[in-house]
Design a protein around this ligand. Sequence first.
Ligand code: ADP
Length: 618
Amino acid sequence: MSENTQQFEYKAEMQQLLHLIINSLYTNQEIFLRELISNASDALNKARFQGLTDHSGGDHADLKITITVDKDAKTLSVEDTGIGMTQTDLTERLGTIASSGTLAFIEEQKSSGKPVDAGMIGQFGVGFYSAFMVADHIEIETLHRNDDAEPLTWTSDATGTYTIGPSTRSEPGTKITLHLKEDASEFSDDYRVRSIIRKYSNFVDFPIYLDSDQINTLKALWKKRKDDINDEELSEFYKFISGDYNDPLGHLHLQIEGLLTFDALLFIPSQAPLSFFREDRRSDLHLYSSGVFVRDDAEELLPEYLAFVRGVVDTDDLPLNVSREVTQNSPVTQRIRSTLTGKLLGLLDQWATEDVERYEKFFLNFGVALKTGLFSDQGKQDELLKLVRYPSTSGEHLTSLSDYVTRMPDSQESIYYLLSDSLESARKSPHLEVFTTKGIEVLLLTDPIDALTLPNVPKFEDKKFINITTAELDLTESTDSESLPGDEIDSLLTLFRVQLGDRVQDVTSSKRLVDSAATLVTAKDGMDPQLERMMKSMNPEYEGVKKVLEINASHPLMKNLLALKSSSENQGSLIEQTIEQIYEGALLLDGNLTEPSSFVSRMTSILVDATREPSSTS
Ligand code: ADP
């Protein structure tokens, strides 16, 4: 120790923290390198800023980070040509814990028996000290850029004291040398260090050299002018961050300045990743703070219904060392999120109008996700309604709501839809008959999510949405061309009501059926069959809400039933069987027939009667 070297004691809290760092952080130790590079990058940013403001920051070309490893000496050093540190910096800033809760948090984690991930260290503003996870002795040589600054050496072996003395450093900046612990010698391995740098600092704004090779060749792409970026670069970058091997379907490059400053380079994949619909799906949104990688799962920056978007958001307004909890609730995050959402919906809208083929491809992959926004983000409902697409009775293609409205005849006031679990069964639904006859288009909603979204949307362009399976459906004029006289309909209804009892809420004469004999409709305030089926699948005990059976009074079967009733022979059991069959057939079409066996055996016995040879009848 030179005579000018002084020894200092760490504050008690710092000593405890060092003890914890050294003795309890074993997972994810490589994070220390990110912290050191991040500090170096901060110092370079300050030098750059100072240089820009008072011309003392030196030549831009000099601003760089140099990392050196020595396998034999088991050392690793990180050197920057940044702002440097004064004696006060070394004693006051380097030697204190920024966040007061840090110690308590780590203690608590440790005593609860949970493994303490070193990745957490970055959240608490003790970045530099994470180097003591891998080093038992650290040396700093630094020279501040102030004119009167003296070069200084700082050393510590984390035992409770550190020293500060003179140094021979002549260049402004800081060199930090780690003498690695026995079990951390991997961090003096060129290859290992290279890969860590690539992982965490690939887009740092300053060149990072390792053994005279520049490692971070992929320079912050999102910082470049849009015109200076070509498709190949974009695609390469997308693949690099997403691990996807397909080209993206499209991208959005934002450079926002003003109250909020951030850059974003976002991509829409051309295919949903396999994990996309799984619970444990990870978001692939990388958050950078001033060019320094923070996290690769910053899902809080986008609403859930846009979670398929991947890319990078780089902001100067969120500090690097903040926890996810803090980021989630910060107003900065809320504002970034709202800007990103608006811009992304704008891009999709542009595709939808100008690049239909691309939009259809997008919707096929991510339409279901987008639809969930209809209930989770009421504020964006109007924009989302413009973007959703549905199959309809008007053709094989998906239709937008505005195209549907354009096709509506003047007399039509509402948008009609049918919920079903497959397009095939939707197209066969008896509910469609009157619409087909009248030439009215119906949307066929077959995604499970549809039952939860569209019924909760009040209107589109002032048009109400109407579920065609609801009982109040009134298409002004009825279609009863050859219907039965009123009193005969009444006695028919009575026949059904007596037979079905409280299995249905009521039996009424239908205005919607043309070819089918009967259908079940949802009573006012009732539940759609599709939704009811979902409820039942979640809870087998669930009984559902009773339906109204609508019968088609112009159907030949109804006339035959009346004739049977007034015939002299006792046909009671055939009438009963027919009514049961009509009712269960309607249940079957709704997908709600739980015991098909009685339906089938009844059908068999009716067929036996019908196919009996005339001679054998008495
Ligand atoms: P944080 O970076 O979260 O503030 P650290 O413990 O990593 O916490 O660093 C503490 C302080 O030490 C920094 O705020 C900075 O003032 C100073 N410092 C650390 N590394 C450097 C460096 N390479 N150059 C200049 N100052 C540095």
